[in-house]
Design a protein around this ligand. Structure first.
Ligand code: SAH
Length: 371
C-alpha cells in the first residue's frame, strides 16, 4: 500500500450542468465555473484539468485533487472499407462494450451502448446471446461520445463530425434509465454536445413504464423495436412483449409524442426470412400503424455465428416495403454498413468474461468470450 490515501475523484464527464454547478458549489466556487468546465470539455475537447488555463489557480489546483475527466479505454479499433469505425471499449474486469461511427454524406451517426450485455433476450440479437453484465455509468455513456469526437478530430458547430447519436449499440437504454437520462441531457445541452433533440434517438425494445417516465424527463427522438405485427409473433422475437403487449406499447408511444411535442416514432422491424417478412405481415403492420405518427425502418437481419435466422431476400424486403407504402406508411430500408467488421445492428458483442449470465426469465451460469 502506498502512503497517501486514494481520494475517489469525480468524473466531470458524467455530470449534467445542474450537477456540475452543485459540484463546483461544494468546492466553494461560483456556478459560472461549471460553464467554463463544460466549455473546455465539450467545445475544446480538453480532458486535462491542469490545462484549463482560465480557471482560477486555486480552484484548478483543488479540482485536480478532486476531479478528473476519464473515458473508457480503447481495446481495439476497426475501420471498415466504407469508412464505418467500430471501437471495442474496456469496461474493466475483462468486460468490454462497443460503439460504432457511421459516416454518411449528410451526417455522421454515432451508435452507442448503454449496458455491457443485455437482459432482454431478443432471439435474433447477438448481444442477447452473451446475457447481461452491468449498466454503464453516465460517465461511460458520455465518455463514448467524447472519445469518438477525440478519435475523429474534434469539431464543433456546423463542422461537427458527429451529428447524430443513437442508442442502438449494446444494451436496453430504458433498463438503465438512471444513467441514460443524464447522458441525454449532456448530449442536448447547448453547453454540452449541443445536438438537436431530433438527432438523439433512444431505441427501446418496449419497456412501457419507462417510456412514460421518459416523457416526463427528457426530450429526444424515440425508436421502438417492434419487429412483428401481432403479439403472438412479437412475444417469440422480443420476450418483453409477454409483459407489455403491442397495444400497451403503442399507447405509450403516442403518449410520449403528445408530452414531448414529437412528430413521429420510428418503428424498427428486422427482416427475418420466413418468420415475419410475408406480405400478410406487412398488411397487418399497416393496419396497426395506419394514420398514426409512425415511420417504419426495415432492418435487413444481420447474421452472427450460431444464429438460425436468415436475412430476408432483397426482393421480399422490397415487396414488404411496397405493401406498407401502398397503404400510406412512411418506410425506409436500413442500409447495412460496416459489413466487413461486423459493425452492423445487432452484431455488437463486446466481450464478457467469467461472470453470471442473466437472462430475462431464466438464469444460467457460464463463461463466454468473444473478441
Ligand atoms: N435495446 C435497444 C437497442 C437495440 S440495437 C432496442 O431493443 O431497441 C438496435 C436495433 O437493432 C434494434 O431494433 C434491435 O432489435 C435490432 N437488432 C438486433 N439484432 C439485430 C440483428 N442481428 N440484425 C438486425 N437488427 C438487429
Amino acid at each position: 500500500m502506498s502512503g497517501s490515501p486514494e481520494i475517489l475523484k469525480t468524473n466531470l464527464l458524467g455530470l449534467p450542468k445542474a450537477d456540475l454547478e452543485a459540484f463546483v458549489g461544494s468546492l466553494n466556487s461560483k456556478p459560472f465555473r461549471a460553464r467554463q468546465l463544460m466549455n473546455w470539455m465539450y467545445k475544446r475537447g480538453e480532458g486535462d484539468i491542469a490545462a484549463m488555463t482560465d480557471l482560477a489557480k486555486d480552484f484548478r489546483a483543488e479540482l485536480v485533487q478532486r476531479a478528473e475527466v476519464t473515458v473508457p479505454e480503447i481495446v481495439k479499433t476497426q475501420i471498415a472499407s466504407d469508412g464505418t469505425r467500430k471501437w471495442l471499449l474496456s469496461g474493466g474486469n475483462g468486460q468490454a462494450f462497443e460503439m460504432v461511427y457511421i459516416p454518411e454524406e449528410d451526417r455522421g451517426t454515432l451508435c452507442i451502448s448503454s449496458q455491457v450485455g443485455c437482459a432482454l433476450d431478443c432471439s435474433f440479437c447477438s448481444t442477447a446471446q452473451q446475457g447481461f453484465n452491468r449498466n454503464l455509468t453516465t460517465a461511460e455513456i458520455v465518455g463514448q461520445v467524447w472519445l469518438a469526437n477525440r478519435e475523429l478530430g474534434w469539431q464543433v458547430g456546423d463542422n461537427r463530425i458527429i451529428t447524430n447519436i443513437v442508442f442502438m449499440g449494446m444494451g436496453e437504454p430504458l433498463a438503465n434509465f438512471r444513467n441514460v437520462v443524464p447522458a441525454i441531457r449532456i448530449f442536448l445541452d447547448d453547453l454540452g454536445f449541443d445536438i438537436s433533440r431530433r438527432r438523439v434517438t433512444l431505441s427501446t425494445s418496449g419497456l412501457v413504464p419507462q417510456i412514460y417516465k421518459l416523457a416526463e424527463e427528457v426530450n429526444c427522438a424515440l425508436a421502438v423495436s417492434l419487429h412483428a405485427p401481432n403479439d403472438e409473433l412479437r412475444s417469440q422475437l422480443v420476450p418483453i412483449n409477454r409483459k407489455h403487449n403491442i397495444a400497451e406499447l403503442l399507447e405509450a408511444c403516442w403518449h410520449y409524442l403528445d408530452e414531448q411535442n414529437g412528430r413521429s416514432v420510428t418503428f424498427e422491424y428486422v427482416m427475418l426470412d420466413g418468420v415475419n417478412d410475408a406480405p400478410e405481415h406487412a398488411r397487418e403492420l399497416a393496419r396497426l400503424l395506419r394514420d398514426k405518427p409512425a415511420k417504419i425502418n426495415l432492418i435487413p437481419f444481420n447474421p452472427f455465428p450460431g444464429t438460425t435466422y436468415r436475412r430476408s431476400p432483397a426482393a421480399a424486403i422490397e415487396k414488404f416495403r411496397d405493401e406498407l407504402m401502398q397503404r400510406g406508411l412512411i418506410v425506409t430500408i436500413r442500409k447495412t454498413r460496416g459489413d466487413d467488421i461486423d459493425a452492423a445492428c445487432g452484431q455488437l458483442a463486446g466481450q464478457v468474461t467469467d461472470r453470471t449470465i442473466v437472462r430475462l426469465g431464466s438464469k444460467t451460469f457460464g463463461l463466454q468470450v468473444r473478441a
